[in-house]
Design a binder for this molecule. Structure first.
Ligand code: MN
Length: 483
């Protein structure tokens, strides 16, 4: 077997070469609007996925992802040549491509997200391939006619970038956003780009100074750190500039260039925080956000602090471990690579322990997937689980905004309300599921969009609810109020 190890992932080169040959023959004679042979598109998608450290089946499926749709290759043929796993992936990508993703209104977005989610629930890799596909299409969007460019760019901003964000893939979200921003809002893009460059330069210089000061102190503390500056991506900068409190004042955006301190271990994050504050005073009231102790819903972990940098200018410092950094940039894909490496016996010391903590019943689904991936011991089991067949008995329900909650089967709108927030439980007046009124003891099922109708004033939970709630969180909180 011809092998190649990239980073922590070992690849079977023979199989990948076979898929490349297959794709070349299938796409023979087809051209893209860029003028190059079509097959360079699937090749680039495969390269993107290899960069995310995905497995061979994903890379092979990426090479073949347009062969069913564009070349009339049969799924059975792919299964015969490359196995059922790859065939399912290619088929899944073809199906996701058929989901019409349109509209920016919340309701349509949730509906679209739900459709993608149902595909994803079968195999997460399908969505990762689709994201790689969209990323390469965005990188090569320029030759398309203007109306098509606009449509694809808006769809990217409304569906694919938020999806990448929900999967914790910050790097991918940022690139999708910025590529689409330029096509979707050309004038605004130019305005932000022009306005930002001066601030990027000035803050970048301040950070160079801070980097030396903090680097020296960390060395004295025996902490090895990689310190660099990161510029805020233009689309998120634009969103922030429009806030009334900012009103296009670039000087009011404290994280326009942030300083990033990457260390090895969690404990060193707090050492680094101490060092930063001993050299540069934290800004009162803006304060420290510890997303390590309390990760964001998409799993993002980091410590953020705003300090008075050189010349009294406010600078945001972001402190995290190397693993947290990879997870922040590649999200679910990074977790994947880590669990994969762990499975193949990469020394525990190199991988950070306890990288994912799951609390209580209020699991957001990314955490759930990640936790689940961690629990899986051997490759075979892992691959089975990745297909998420075991997922069917889990119950994923959506808030009207598209947040996903994992609830046990037989959960009711009351369980949902307490899972969202304790306070919401005190305002339950009624509930709607998929837009229709339902009784409070209604049994939710996967894919339901649940909306709690709130009362004007808080009211005591009803004792009767104890008859039907199934989560301990809801039970405990109701009991506390009624007893
Ligand atoms: Mn494609």
């Amino acid at each position: 077997m011809k092998e190649l190890t990239l980073g922590s992932v070992r690849h079977d080169v023979g199989k990948i070469e076979k898929a490349w040959e297959f794709a070349r023959i299938a796409h023979y004679g087809q051209k893209r609007l860029t003028g190059e042979d079509y097959v360079y598109h699937p090749l680039n998608v495969a390269i993107i996925l290899a960069g995310w450290k995905l497995d061979d089946a994903s890379i092979i499926a990426a090479l073949l992802h347009d062969t069913i749709e564009d070349c009339g290759v049969a799924k059975t043929e792919i299964a015969a040549e490359f196995g059922a796993d790859v065939a399912e992936l290619v088929d899944g990508v073809t199906k996701v491509s058929h989901i019409r993703l349109k509209g920016s209104r919340d309701q349509e977005f949730v509906e679209n997200l739900r459709k993608i989610f149902l595909v994803m629930a079968r195999d997460l890799r399908v969505v990762l391939i689709k994201l790689g596909d969209r990323l390469h299409n965005m990188r090569t969007l320029y030759p398309l006619p203007e109306d098509k460019r606009m449509k694809i760019a808006l769809e990217t901003l409304e569906v694919y970038a938020p999806l990448a964000e929900r999967l914790g893939m910050g790097q991918v979200k940022a690139e999708l956003d910025d590529l689409a921003f330029e096509y979707a809002y050309e004038d605004e893009f130019r305005r932000v780009n022009a306005g930002a460059s001066e601030y990027f330069k000035k803050t970048g210089e301040h950070i160079e100074v801070m980097k030396k000061v903090i680097g020296r102190s960390l060395t004295r503390e025996g902490v090895r750190a990689d310190i660099h500056a990161r510029e805020k991506h233009l689309y998120s900068l634009w969103r922030k500039l429009q806030r009334p409190s900012i009103n296009w004042d670039f000087g009011e955006i404290h994280d326009i260039v942030a300083m990033r301190v990457i260390v090895e271990e969690v404990a060193q994050c707090y050492v680094a925080l101490g060092v930063v504050h001993s050299k540069y005073k934290p800004v009162p009231h803006l304060g420290v956000s510890d997303f390590i102790a309390q990760p964001k819903p998409n799993g993002y972990r980091s410590i953020h602090t705003k300090v008075f940098g050189p010349g009294g200018r406010i600078v945001e410092v972001q402190i995290r471990t190397r693993e947290m950094n990879e997870q922040a940039e590649y999200g679910v894909a990074a977790h994947w690579a880590y669990s994969d490496a762990k499975m193949r016996g990469v020394s525990e010391g190199k991988l950070e322990k306890g990288s994912v903590r799951v609390k209580g019943e209020k699991l957001l689904w990314v955490k759930q997937l990640v936790q689940w991936q961690k629990e899986i011991k051997d490759t075979r089991e892992f691959l089975m689980a990745v297909k998420f067949d075991a997922f069917n008995h889990r119950n994923f329900v959506f808030s009207p905004k598209g947040d996903v909650y994992d609830l046990p089967s037989s959960a009711t709108p009351v369980d949902f309300a307490f899972a969202v927030h304790t306070d919401l439980g005190k305002y339950i007046k009624g509930a709607k599921v998929n837009g229709k009124f339902v009784p409070l003891d209604y049994k939710l099922s996967s894919g339901d969009v649940v909306e709690i109708i709130k009362s004007k004033n808080p009211r005591n939970p009803s004792r009767g609810w104890l008859e039907f709630v199934v989560t301990t969180a809801a039970r405990r909180k109701i009991k506390r109020e009624v007893e």
